[in-house]
Design a protein around this ligand. Structure first.
Ligand code: PRT
Ligand code: ZN
Length: 294
């Protein structure tokens, strides 16, 4: 058994760039081999396997890799819910690859509740997750498996509706489909196999996780600068997500308004900025944080 940590990531697809970038930001440097299926870690005992995302749960289950960066949707479809029931555990959400697995019907088809799916045929690439939902709701709905282009099945007359991944919703809209029920929310996540018998590999993983946690924490943090009415400072702090105690500075030419700087430990959204503006904040700047040693 080698004493190197093996990480599987998607070889080529939606998750590839961000997975590689995240590992790079954790300080991992890989030499790409010619076939690019295996990359040797140059500065830590960590190697990369580049594979199809669908293969990652199986590679973890077989112990061929130790951790995998893969969508929750893929792992849940292949292995079922991982909590406690399998040796594969979800250890971190990675903050990219967000999507949801949803049932969608042609816009013209009425829908009030899952019972309306009775007697229909649904096309999907996620037959296990869909069948589990149908069974839980005691629905008599036919499932047909399609490995791709699921969204055109209703137009071709192959199915009444679909169950597929959605992110922006543009694909559904382009096919006159309407999302009616979400089965699963998903993001790219780090999964690990049971390493109880491999303490050396677990120790390498712990080092990588420590770095990963700093990177993820910095990503979620924002530095906010704004001008605020003096009597609204408390209300502004309440709006800012996970804000630390702010720095308050005078503004020349006015006693009623001050400059406020604060670190927010969670992402600051447009909704927050709109609320801040509504209670009198102005000149609002949200800056990314590069590194943080707290
Ligand atoms: O070759 P390989 O098997 O590795 O790749 P793949 O073709 O199976 O997967 P890929 O690269 O398409 O997606 C990899 C992972 O990205 C998925 O398993 C999800 O975890 C995640 N992800 C996030 C998505 C989407 N968003 C997504 N929108 N995967 C697919 N889609 C597709 C969806 O199937 C639909 O066709 O995009 C379309 C919908 O997008 P919107 O934006 O129009 O709603
Ligand atoms: Zn795939």
């Amino acid at each position: 058994m080698s004493d190197r940590l093996r990480i599987a990531i998607q070889k080529s697809g939606r998750l590839t760039e961000q997975s590689l970038e995240l590992l790079r930001r954790c300080g991992l440097d890989f030499a790409r081999s010619k076939d690019a299926l295996f990359c040797f870690g140059r500065n830590m005992p960590v190697d990369l396997l580049l594979v199809r995302d669908d293969d990652i749960p199986g590679l973890l289950a077989e112990g061929i890799c130790d951790v995998g960066m893969v969508g929750d949707n893929v792992v849940t479809e292949k292995l079922g819910p991982t909590s406690g029931t399998t040796a594969i555990g979800r250890i971190r959400g990675l903050g990219y690859g967000h999507c949801r697995l949803s049932i969608a019907l042609p816009s013209s088809v009425p829908y009030r509740s899952p019972a309306d799916l009775n007697g229909m045929t649904l096309a999907t690439s996620y037959p296990k997750l869909l069948q589990r939902f149908l069974d839980e709701n005691a629905l008599n709905t036919r499932v047909i498996f399609l490995s791709g282009s699921v969204e055109i099945a209703p137009r071709l007359g192959t199915a009444d509706g679909i169950c597929d991944l959605v992110s922006s919703g543009a694909t559904l809209a382009a096919n006159q489909l309407r999302e009616v029920y979400t089965l699963l929310e998903s993001e790219a996540a780090l999964y690990q196999r049971d390493l109880a018998q491999s303490p050396k590999i677990q120790a390498i993983l712990d080092r990588v996780l420590q770095r990963l946690d700093s990177v993820l924490k910095v990503d979620a943090s924002k530095y906010v600068m704004l001008h605020a009415p003096v009597d609204k400072l408390a209300a502004i702090s309440d709006i800012l997500p996970a804000a630390e105690s702010p720095t308050i500075m005078p503004l020349s030419g006015t006693k009623d308004r001050v400059a406020m700087h604060t670190l927010c430990r969670e992402n600051v959204l447009w909704e927050h900025l709109e609320q801040l503006k509504a209670i009198g904040a102005s000149a609002i700047l949200v800056l990314p944080v590069e590194k943080m040693l707290a």
